[in-house]
Design a protein around this ligand. Sequence first.
Ligand code: ADP
Ligand code: MG
Ligand code: MG
Length: 361
Amino acid sequence: LIALLTVAIAAVVIIALFLGHRMMRGLADVGSVSVCWQLIGRGRYGTVFRGCLHERCVAVKLFSSANRQNYVNERSIYSLPLLQQHDNIAHFLSADERKTADGRPEFLIVMDFYPHGCLSRYLSVHTVDWSTCCRMNHGVTRGLAFLHTELNRGDQYKPAVAHRDVTSRNILVRADLSCVLADFGLSMRLTGSRPCCPVDNDTMAISEVGTVRYMAPEVLGGALNLRDCEAALKQVDVYALGLLYWETFRRCSELFPGEAVPEYQLAFQAELGNHPSFEEMQILVAREKFRPRFPEAWKENSLVLRSLKETMEDCWDQDAEARLTAQCAEERLCELALLSTHTAIQNHSTQSQVYTLQYTT
Ligand code: ADP
Ligand code: MG
Ligand code: MG
């Protein structure tokens, strides 16, 4: 047993040293980034390591040559004017290409390091109070609303952009628990010189991307309205935003007074487990129009719970055109944050007087 353990430890050390050496050598190109071999995340397209740039902690996302397109796309989105000035968009530092030891190209993106990692990881180990929960969701929504907006400021032009992969793994959490939108590998410009304008061959590429779990019913059902691509792709993002709200508010301690907060779950995890297939999602979400269930504790119709459930339902509406815009969702989150859960959840008698919020879509 001891011999086996020794071999295992030696193997881990050798692999670590190898990875560390490989990263250090290649990263000389990116100024003075030094990268420890500590893996901090792995997605479908990239592997993310922690590094140091001018004594500042950074994250380095490494793409293999097979994922070049994803890298080129992510880099081009991060380079759009005005994007980096927004507080709820992940902070990009630089990008580079290099060769691996065996001569194949690989690509890297250097960005700020977010110590809590992605939102889904944070929520799986922490519960959050009401104001933090509102602030997290408001930040994400504000980031998405900004991304969706076409802007002209002086001589700078920022096209409207669809994210196309909104999930709790693509939101990063700062030390102060504010959140940023990240992972723009699948994002698409919707306006400007290269707006999306699908021809037959592109239709699949335009409609069927993203993470299956978060795919909107019209994407799953192959009924995305490509005649108004700009609106359709924004609506797809907002659908996923609704699922994200559900995942986050289910971990809000104040929404479960006097009982244990339920364990963290991804949307549809209870129904379809950890690896739902496209077909399973298609049946559940597109055909049966199923949406995540609200917990028992949310049955009560207090002002807060009513507004919260309504906001989620207005984001994940089966009818894409009936969904909120990201801008409206942002307003709703602002209003929610102003409501105190204590009075609103526990004091029914005041609800009819307080319920004067008028929502616009
Ligand atoms: P992919 O495009 O392959 O999905 P992501 O950009 O989503 O790659 O990164 C994968 C994971 O790595 C994220 O879900 C997150 O957990 C982690 N991660 C990515 N960027 C950072 C960062 N800047 N700071 C901390 N963790 C990060
Ligand atoms: Mg990702
Ligand atoms: Mg990605």
